[in-house]
Design a protein around this ligand. Sequence first.
Ligand SMILES: Cc1cc2nc3c(=O)[nH]c(=O)nc-3n(C[C@H](O)[C@H](O)[C@H](O)COP(=O)(O)OP(=O)(O)OC[C@H]3O[C@@H](n4cnc5c(N)ncnc54)[C@H](O)[C@@H]3O)c2cc1C
Length: 396
Amino acid sequence: MSSHVCDVLVVGGGIVGLTAAWRAQEAGASVVVLDPSPGDGATHAAAGMLGAVMEAGFGEEGQARLGTASLALWPAFAAALERAADLPPGAVGLETAGTLALAYDRDDLVALRRLLALHSGWGLGSAEISPQDARRREPGVGPRVAGAAWVPGDHRVDPRAVQVALSRVVAARGTLVPHAAVSLTRSDGAVVGALDEAGTAYAAGTVVLAAGHASGSLFAGAPTRPVPGTTLRLDAGADRSPSVVVRGTVQGRPVYAVPRPVRPDGRREVIVGATSDEREDDHLTRAGDVFGLLRDVRALLPELDDAVLLEAVTRSRPGSPDNAPILGWAADGLFLATGHHRNGILLTPLTAAAVDQALGAPPDSADAVAAVEATTRFADPRRFTDAYSTTRGGTA
Ligand SMILES: Cc1cc2nc3c(=O)[nH]c(=O)nc-3n(C[C@H](O)[C@H](O)[C@H](O)COP(=O)(O)OP(=O)(O)OC[C@H]3O[C@@H](n4cnc5c(N)ncnc54)[C@H](O)[C@@H]3O)c2cc1C
């Protein structure tokens, strides 16, 4: 059996695992990432909404606090990543243009108003506007929309571009191994490495478990489950597609359209999503899901009828029992970075701040301090275990 020694072993090379790997490299660690298909998990399907406000529903104030704290870090995170990857500013597609929320019928409007009242109670910014005002912002808004809201603080980014940038940075300084981990290795209760499917053993001072919905199969204290969802990729003329994130409900069914930057040929990709199911993981797209998403998005944005359907992608979000992330030390030598569910892109910079803190780099801004505090309060893995009482990484 061959073996490999490193400071930090990251299991999982999606947006979360590669972010952890990058931050560990920045802390001076030697890093190995294990993943049989990096970037082909939930990150591949994600629309890239940074919906700190509109993703916060009833009973989810913790997620709202985590999301708000992470959103504040996105501009600095994107700029630092682009510099590290030697990419031009804007390469990861961060756009801070706000979000338009639409209600299709009267019942949808009642529900939207309830949500706006909830957000106002939490101090999150959003305001009801008329359908006419919505059309002034987005001329493609359909004639039958009953109401709208403007959410200035909810933004967007391109998750696949972030993944590409992270891969460039991590591959330049670390080792990406195209194998799955089959087990974690332990010694005296501490996690000290992992074994991969090719039979190679890895010994590491720290193991970061970031295997998305599969994390729970490697460590019971990370009780993740798959929550499959489908997004569609449309290719649309820029004049017939939205310029900001448009999300809404159509007779109670949520749907959104997230535009990517306009290309030189005057067209842009628009991501339409998303379904959400409680079933086993698979990558199979149901015909009815494609139909339902297109039916609902054209009720809000009829001009998308002319778009070309490029792709339908189905991947599984990493859900946790309370749908909040699982982020922090869970045993000596084991840091969990999983369970980000439907907001893993939004929560990426917060995850970076938590990893920095765990590896000994103190937060370097007031926003990073707030992110670490929110993580400790709302994402501590020990809410799912009772055995771990050692103080480590400031999370006791
Ligand atoms: C349809 C859809 C739309 C979404 N839209 C948004 C959005 O608009 N905004 C937002 O913030 N979030 C969104 N999300 C959620 C977001 O995509 C996830 O929270 C995020 O991608 C999780 O990242 P991850 O790296 O933890 O998991 P993943 O991207 O799933 O990566 C996990 C990685 O682990 C690897 N792996 C699995 N098992 C092993 C093993 N045994 N050994 C080694 N590697 C392993 C996999 O190959 C994979 O590459 C969406 C998700 C879906 C499915």
